[in-house]
Design a protein around this ligand. Structure first.
Ligand code: PEP
Ligand code: MN
Length: 348
């Protein structure tokens, strides 16, 4: 159920609605959209009467929310959510989900200090504003490179200071959320963990933006329900990431479900990020699929870049050399301009 307050509703009127929701055993989430306070009522709502809440002072209207993903649904928040990264000294402000398309780029894994700093320098020069790189890697084989762990986080933090790039990195277990959140500007939940409910709960408890990747065998609705777990914990800064799904096609690692990009924008107010690297698994089609993703309405791109892809410890086959990444940024910029958006470029 959604309670829309009058634009001039008082704090006391808003407080009274919240108190009434709690008295009735449901949970209120207070959001703002179009100059109004919105109270999204979740939990045990089936016994609540719309008329009861419509009569309360300061209430403009009350509507049911049809979708099962209440907080993630556009019904509960008609305007696009704009996620502002937590400010970091010396770094420019970054807003995701607004006019500007944002590029996040870097290696699949942090392999060494020199590899990460070299890549960070290259992606910054080319036009990325956020640096990606896994310190904790979810690998299919236990014998594959598992990431540098805490050392990797420290290297990422050094790259942030040196090159003025925000950091997105994966967190794999609930107990590591506080530690990774100390280093990361955005917490990545990997495709394999999209339905790890303990982890979703844990990232819902911290105030750090989350990049939630779609499971490789998950539907769009399951992605939205996973986002709901984080939102209902009180962390409202969630980005949805389309990274390809498994199909019968063998020539690409995954099938890029481009449908999901405009569909998610339609169904949800949350920013949508596209990951053409994992969605294709091959460097030679990442560039055209990046153009396509931005044309389809993605708010950002997540791109794997490695200075020497043939030496990469993970995902070399889909990693772009810096020169090709530079070209990608140029082309994506033109696509963004063509659809009335723009590309967020580094300032310093
Ligand atoms: C990654 O971003 O390197 C990664 C492991 O992605 P995914 O979880 O989408 O496979
Ligand atoms: Mn990867």
């Amino acid at each position: 159920m959604l309670v829309v307050m009058h634009p001039n509703a008082t704090a006391a009127e808003i407080g009274a609605v919240i108190a009434r929701v709690q008295e009735r055993g449901a949970t209120p989430h207070t959001l703002y959209s179009n100059g109004r306070t919105l109270i999204v009522v979740v939990g045990a709502t089936s016994h609540l009467l719309i008329e009861e809440f419509e009569r309360l002072p300061g209430v403009e209207r009350v509507t049911p929310i049809a979708q099962p993903y209440k907080l993630a649904s556009r019904e509960s928040h008609p305007e696009d959510t704009v996620i502002r990264l937590d400010p970091h000294p010396g770094l420019p402000e970054v807003a995701i989900g607004a006019q500007d398309v944002v590029i996040m780029a870097g290696p699949c894994s942090v392999e060494s200090r020199s590899q990460l700093l070299e890549t960070a320098h290259a992606v910054k020069e080319a036009g990325a504003v956020i640096l990606r790189g896994g310190a904790f890697k979810p690998r299919t084989s236990p014998y594959s490179f598992q990431g540098l762990g805490l050392k990797g986080l420290e290297i990422l933090a050094e790259a942030r200071e040196t090159y003025g790039l925000y950091i997105v990195t994966e967190v794999m277990t609930p107990d590591m959320v506080p530690m990774v959140a100390e280093y990361a500007d955005i917490l990545q939940i990997g495709a394999r963990n999209m339905q790890n409910y303990g982890l979703l709960h844990a990232v819902g408890q911290v105030q750090r933006p989350v990049l939630l990747k779609r499971g490789m065998m998950s539907t769009v609705q399951e992605l939205l329900m996973a986002a709901e777990y984080i939102l209902t914990g009180g962390n409202y800064r969630v980005m949805l990431c389309e990274r390809g799904i498994r199909t019968f096609e063998k020539l690409t690692r995954n099938t890029f479900d481009l449908n999901a990009v405009p569909l998610l924008k339609l169904l949800s107010h949350l920013p949508v990020i596209a990951d053409p690297s994992h969605a294709t698994g091959r460097w030679d089609i990442v560039l055209p699929m990046s153009r396509a993703a931005v044309a389809a309405g993605a708010d950002g791109l997540l791109i794997e870049v490695h200075p020497r892809p043939e030496e990469a410890l993970s995902d070399g086959a889909q990693s772009l050399r810096p020169e090709l990444f530079f070209q990608l940024v140029q082309e994506v910029r033109r696509v963004a301009d063509a659809i009335g958006r723009s590309l967020l470029l580094p300032t310093g």
